[in-house]
Ligand binder design. Structure first.
Ligand SMILES: [Zn+2]
Length: 346
């Protein structure tokens, strides 16, 4: 006898798969009238009638129908997954299938053989052989993502919320891909789901371009007891017009006003998470460099510290008030300085 769990019993009764019990009865009665051998008429067909009767017997019983649905879906899936299963060759499982097929192929009455096959399968499931034996621990992969931070954040350190998309075993099928031998509807048989997660990450001060910040166990989740992967944030430092990193040195391009250049000034700046005061001496010109020793980045061995190099540039404000302008005009009339004397003499 053919493998009936491979047959589409719904098609035999000409009903949709979500047919109600009443639909099944109505369809069956209709077909009996057409195919019953005792009904006079040229359509009577013993084999066809037998098939209809068997299909009805299974589908009209809620428990048998449930089992058939599971097994039929399972065998459809099995054809697709056959190669994968062969590779995994778990003997309990495959010998069971062989046995089920053998039973089904014996010339027993259909309902007996399929019921036995179904019962065996469900018994096997209960005893946790079959698919569950294919569970192998699998470690989750690491996730690498780029994280852009500003130069100030790189120097001073920061706390960032990072959105990550990581996979975890499907909670519905627990990563097994199948439930009652049908593909899990929640994960579509992949066994895992992608989830968005917000993670708070501390970026240490003085971090450099391309550095990797490791967040333990925030990578993809392990399956069947496998280890969770880690999350790695690869630091991309945005360019800043005011700060640059050169090895362990921090270069600071510091704008000052004309009067600060003339009179000198004390300017607070934030470097490596501490406020430092840059002393601009009186009569400082654009392009002048000031060095603040050992306030830069530290090497990995913590044996050497870089410097902070201040590059001074005189910057005019975007707007001047009328009184500022008149002061400049007054300055112009009283000024005796000639900044181009050397140029003219060349
Ligand atoms: Zn699932």
């Amino acid at each position: 006898m053919a493998n009936y769990y491979n047959k589409d019993l719904y098609k035999i009764l000409d009903i949709p798969i979500d047919a109600s019990n009443d639909d099944i009865k109505t369809a069956y009665r209709k077909l009996v009238h057409i195919y019953h051998p005792d009904v006079s008429g040229s359509n009577s067909d013993t084999n066809k009638f037998k098939e209809i009767q068997e299909a009805y017997e299974i589908l009209s019983s809620a428990s048998k129908r449930k089992k058939y649905d599971a097994l039929h879906g399972f065998f459809k899936e099995k054809i697709k997954k056959d190669l994968e299963f062969k590779e995994q060759k778990k003997d309990k499982y495959s010998s069971y299938i062989k046995k089920a097929k053998k039973n089904a192929s014996k010339s027993e009455p259909f309902s007996k053989s399929i019921n036995q096959a179904l019962d065996n399968l469900f018994m096997a499931q209960k005893q946790k052989v079959g698919y569950s034996d294919l569970k192998q621990p699998k470690n989750g992969e690491d996730i690498n993502i780029d994280l852009s931070i500003t130069m100030l954040e790189a120097m001073n350190g920061t706390n960032r919320k990072v959105n990550i998309l990581h996979t975890q075993p499907c909670p519905h099928c627990e990563g097994r891909k199948f439930i009652n031998e049908t593909q899990c509807p929640m994960c579509n048989g992949t066994g895992q789901l992608s989830l968005q997660k917000k993670i708070n990450v501390k970026i240490p001060k003085g971090i450099t371009q391309g550095a990797k910040v490791r967040v333990k166990k925030e990578g993809n989740k392990g399956i069947n007891g496998g280890k969770d992967g880690d999350l790695y944030l690869i630091i991309k430092i945005e360019k800043s017009p005011y700060f640059e990193i050169d090895d362990l040195n921090i270069i600071c391009n510091l704008p000052i006003t004309p009067f600060e250049a003339v009179l000198g000034a004390e300017i607070p700046i934030n470097i490596m998470n501490s406020k430092i005061t840059v002393k601009i001496p009186p009569m400082t010109s654009s392009g002048q460099k000031l060095k603040l020793a050992e306030l830069g980045l530290e090497n990995k061995q913590k044996t050497k510290k870089g410097d902070v190099i201040i590059n001074v540039s005189i910057k005019l404000p975007d707007k001047l008030s009328q009184s500022e302008k008149s002061l400049y005009e007054k300055l112009k009339t009283i000024s005796s300085s000639d900044v181009r004397s050397e140029m003219i003499n060349v």
